[in-house]
Design a protein around this ligand. Structure first.
Ligand code: 13P
Length: 239
């Protein structure tokens, strides 16, 4: 069964330029999915000014702190001043390259919520964990350490991104996506009454987007590489 309304989020990572923002200025998908573009911090102003107003602007990270002596950090309230509405929290690249723990991820999500941003909290297993049949266990652990501590009345999004699928061209098969999304949904329903959107991320592209978004409990996509090409991203937003 296919839900009509999806969230399609673009994670540009440390890519993009003023030129790329300009290329997206006439972006006009036919479908009314919720579209969020998360460019690097330095492009947030241009994104707000040049992108069509139906596109929501997200950041890729925020500090767990409000302000103070934290050189190089950017707080959620600073992002809110830039008209940012969403922020990616706990992307696997932040977890592995910047040592972000579930506790830090929880604190960042709280900081985002305090500044009225919607956190998109990323979870997912490594290839080793998948091969050891530990996927669901890892997801439970990550959810318990971060997402489950959020106040049940708050609004947030979860993105399931198997780490082995990010940037590799590999994706889980349909049954695997079905199983993980159902598992995450069931687990979240223990703490949260409302339906939390669960996005899939990892090598999503113009060819596989329709198939992935038609899987039950997939609330949309978090797209990396393919979101940097406006033709590909347009096709994804129309899926
Ligand atoms: P790719 O779509 O390039 O695999 O990246 C996924 C991702 O990390 C999005 O956050």
């Amino acid at each position: 069964m296919k839900n009509n309304h999806k969230i399609i989020a673009a994670n540009w990572k440390m890519n993009g330029s003023e030129e790329l923002i300009k290329e997206f200025s006439k972006f006009a998908p036919e479908k009314h999915n919720d579209i969020i573009i998360c460019p690097p911090f330095t492009l947030l102003d241009s994104a707000k000014t040049l992108l069509p107003s139906f596109i929501k602007i997200g950041a890729q990270n925020c500090s767990e702190k409000n302000n103070g002596p934290f050189t190089g950090e950017i707080s959620a309230s600073m992002l809110q001043e830039k008209s940012v509405t969403h922020v990616l929290i706990g992307h696997s690249e932040r977890r592995t390259l910047f040592n972000e723990t579930d506790d830090v991820i929880y604190k960042k999500a709280e900081a985002a919520i305090c500044s009225k941003l919607t956190p998109i909290i990323c979870i997912g297993e490594t290839l080793l964990e998948k091969k050891a049949n530990k996927t669901l266990q890892v997801l439970d652990y990550q959810i318990d350490g971060s997402v489950a501590k959020i106040n049940p009345h708050e609004k947030f999004i979860v993105a399931y991104e198997p780490i082995w699928a990010i940037g590799t061209g590999l994706i889980p098969n349909e049954n695997e996506i079905k199983e993980t999304h159902l598992h995450i949904k069931t687990k979240l329903s223990q703490n949260f009454n409302t339906d939390i959107p669960i996005l899939y991320g990892g090598s999503a592209n113009a060819e596989n987007c329709s198939q992935i978004t038609s899987i039950k409990n997939v609330g949309g996509l978090l797209v990396g590489g393919a979101s940097l090409n406006q033709h590909d991203f347009l096709a994804i937003c129309n899926c």
